[in-house]
Structure formats: structure tokens, C-alpha cells
Design a protein around this ligand. Structure first.
Ligand code: NI
Length: 389
């Protein structure tokens, strides 16, 4: 692994910045302190700063040369509602909040790259540094787009990066197509008729109907979708009743659907409607389905994915760039940018970690050893895509 020497020599500075952000995690759309750090760092580097998109979003604009070409590089800034279990001196000082997804590291890497690019300016065109709020669950990327980010900052393509625990430090994984799934949610209300538990014939039991529904919904993935499409339908909630001798009026069921193609989401949603109606009729209960589209699938465009793989290979060697890993059924709001522009979202290895600590775990921590590699990747990507020669 060969980070840019000047960035590597500033690793202690980037590490201190990462720790500072880690100590003060902020949840979705509350990233005021983090945004202040970002804006100050960019300003100090001589980069034009624009604030206020999606509330706490920050966009830095750096131009060099005369070319009209432009790219966006994006980092996310928000933390998670998790109680940190780590003993480190830089652990979270806020109970119940934690950078358990490494967005502190993503922010530090992009700032490291911005500082270097502002100093060297070995590119021709415009680089937009996008620091977005609320990646976790609320979709800060979508809000930035709705508030006109792509009109104010007209970029030809947009790039993202996420650390990936389990992938060795010094490796990248790049997908020329789907990399993360959609994350749809659904709620189902089963309305029956309550009764004495000893006299079920007088009621319409929503629990038995709900149990049948949970079973029947499992058949959608196996019977209604193409076996070559990856799909998950998980029921994660089932709430009903609170007594031993009362059949309740209603049951509430909820869960999530994951897939890589919008057409598959359409198939699953309409099959769920049909199954809910059929089970309701069979059990003489009313079943209502509220199916909500969440983050769309994150799908890299092949040309941009290939360029990213070439840039990563320059830094770590071609054998350290994995292009054969399966995508994840997790979700990512970078998907909204990729619906609007070509681009690529890559994984950077966070290392194997103690016990293979995965994202969103109270023992997770970003690997400081990869800060300089990630920043170097951003720099080389900008210099390559906006090549001055
Ligand atoms: Ni994340």
C-alpha cells in the first residue's frame, strides 16, 4: 500500500481530526459541530465553502485550470444512536451516540484529500467536496438533491467510499453494478374481532391470521421473483395482545424488503398486496399493507467503476483491488446520487478487526491506519478523472 507520502506524513493530523469527530458524534441533521469543523478545515485550505444544504450539509468547491469538467466526492458525517462500548480515550462523550459506521473516518479522509488538492492543484476542472448529513436511515443525500445541489454544483459524475470491516486494510472492493440493496419497509395491520380466549368462535382471531400471513409472505421470494435476483423479505416485528385469556382485536406486523432492482421491488410489493388480501379473506379479517420505498439500490455505472478500480490499483496494486465480491444486502443513501449522475461507490478495507467487528456494532471503530490511503485514493481519483495533461 502506497499512500501519497505527504498525506502519509500527515497521518497524525488526520488521526487527531478523526478522533475529535469520533468523540463528538451527532445524529442525523444535527451535525452542526462536525459541519463547523469541516467548514473551518476547508476554509483554512483556501477552498470555497457553501453551507446550509439539507441543514447541516457542506459543499467545498475547488477549481483549477480552465476545463469545464467537474466531479463530486462525497463523505457522510452522521453517527448512530448506539452506546459505545470501546475503552479508547477517543470514545464518544455523548451517551447513546456513537460513530459506529466510520463516517468520522470518511469525513477525515475527504478533508485530507481536499487540503492536499488545494495545495497541489494538479488537475484541470472543478472538484466538489460533498459532506452530507443523515446517511443513516433518513436520506440526507435525497434532501440535498431536492434542495438543488446538482443545479448549484453541476457535477458530471459523483463518487463515494465506505470503509468495509472484514476486507483487509490495504484493499479496495469495487463493483461494476449493484453494490448495496434497496431498503423498503412495510407495516401490516390485521384487524379481526376480539373475544374471550375460551370462546374463539365468537371472534375473528388476528393472531392466527397474522401467523398464516408471516408464513405465506415467505413464499414470495421463492415463488414470485426470479431465482437469479437476490431478494430478502424479513418480518422483524409482530405485536398483538397483552393478556392470556383475551383474543385481541388486531395484530401489527412489520419488516423490510431488500433487492437490487426496482422492478423486483414492484413484484414483491404487488405480491404482498395479493397475499395480504387472500389471507385476510381466508381468515375473515381485514388486512391492510403500508409498503414504503426506502433507499433505492446503489448501482455503480461500469465505466466509472473501471476508472475507480484503475486508480485504486495505482495505490495498492491490482491484486489488492477486489472486483469479485458479492454486493451487500445493506443499504446506502449514496444511491440517490447515483440515480442522478454516473459514478461509483467503493469499499475500502477497514481490516479484519478484533472478532471481525462489523459496522453498527458498539465495539466498532474506524481503522486510523487507512486514513492516508483513503485520502490518497480521493486525490488520485480527482487528478486522474480531471487530468491536466
Ligand atoms: Ni455508513
Amino acid at each position: 500500500m502506497k499512500p501519497i507520502p505527504e498525506i502519509q506524513s500527515n497521518l497524525p493530523g488526520l488521526t487527531a481530526l478523526r478522533h475529535e469527530i469520533h468523540r463528538h458524534p451527532e445524529l442525523a441533521f444535527e451535525e452542526q459541530r462536525t459541519a463547523n469543523h469541516v467548514a473551518e478545515w476547508l476554509t483554512r485550505a483556501g477552498i470555497e465553502v457553501h453551507r446550509g444544504l439539507a441543514g447541516t450539509g457542506v459543499v467545498g468547491v475547488l477549481k483549477a485550470g480552465t476545463s469545464p469538467r467537474s466531479i463530486g466526492l462525497r463523505a457522510d458525517m452522521d453517527a448512530l444512536p448506539i452506546q459505545e462500548q470501546n475503552p479508547y480515550p477517543h470514545r464518544s462523550v455523548h451517551d447513546g451516540k456513537m460513530h459506529a459506521c466510520g463516517h468520522d473516518g470518511h469525513t477525515a479522509m475527504l478533508l485530507g484529500a481536499a487540503e492536499y488538492l488545494a495545495k497541489t492543484r494538479r488537475f484541470d476542472g472543478t472538484v466538489y467536496f460533498i459532506f452530507q448529513p443523515a446517511e443513516e436511515t433518513i436520506g440526507g443525500a435525497r434532501v440535498m438533491i431536492e434542495e438543488g445541489m446538482l443545479q448549484r454544483f453541476p457535477m458530471e459524475a459523483v463518487y463515494g467510499m465506505h470503509n468495509w470491516p472484514g476486507l483487509p486494510a490495504g484493499q479496495f472492493a469495487i463493483h461494476a453494478g449493484p453494490v448495496m440493496a434497496c431498503a423498503d419497509q412495510f407495516d401490516i395491520v390485521v384487524r379481526g374481532h376480539g373475544a374471550h380466549a375460551a370462546m374463539p368462535q365468537q371472534g375473528r382471531d388476528p393472531l392466527v391470521a397474522g401467523a398464516a400471513l408471516v408464513q405465506a409472505l415467505q413464499s414470495i421470494v421463492s415463488r414470485n421473483t426470479d431465482p437469479l435476483d437476490s431478494v430478502v423479505l424479513s418480518i422483524t416485528r409482530f405485536h398483538a395482545g397483552d393478556a392470556y385469556n383475551v383474543i385481541p382485536d388486531e395484530a401489527r406486523i412489520g419488516g423490510t424488503v431488500r433487492a437490487f432492482r426496482p422492478e423486483v421491488e414492484d413484484v414483491v410489493e404487488s405480491a404482498m398486496e395479493r397475499v395480504c388480501g387472500g389471507i385476510g379473506a381466508a381468515h375473515e379479517v381485514q388486512v391492510s399493507l403500508d409498503y414504503r420505498r426506502g433507499y433505492p439500490p446503489t448501482v455503480n455505472t461500469p465505466v466509472e467503476a473501471k476508472r475507480c478500480a484503475q486508480v485504486a490499483a495505482q495505490l495498492v496494486g491490482v491484486e489488492q483491488v477486489r472486483t469479485d465480491l458479492n454486493p451487500s444486502m445493506g443499504a446506502e443513501d449514496f444511491a440517490y446520487f447515483l440515480r442522478e449522475r454516473p459514478g461509483c461507490y467503493v469499499w475500502i478495507g477497514n481490516g479484519l478487526g478484533e472478532g471481525g467487528c462489523m459496522l453498527h456494532n458498539p465495539h466498532y471503530d474506524f481503522n486510523d491506519g487507512i486514513l492516508s490511503l483513503g485520502a490518497s485514493y480521493w486525490v488520485r481519483l480527482a487528478e486522474t478523472l480531471l487530468s491536466a495533461s
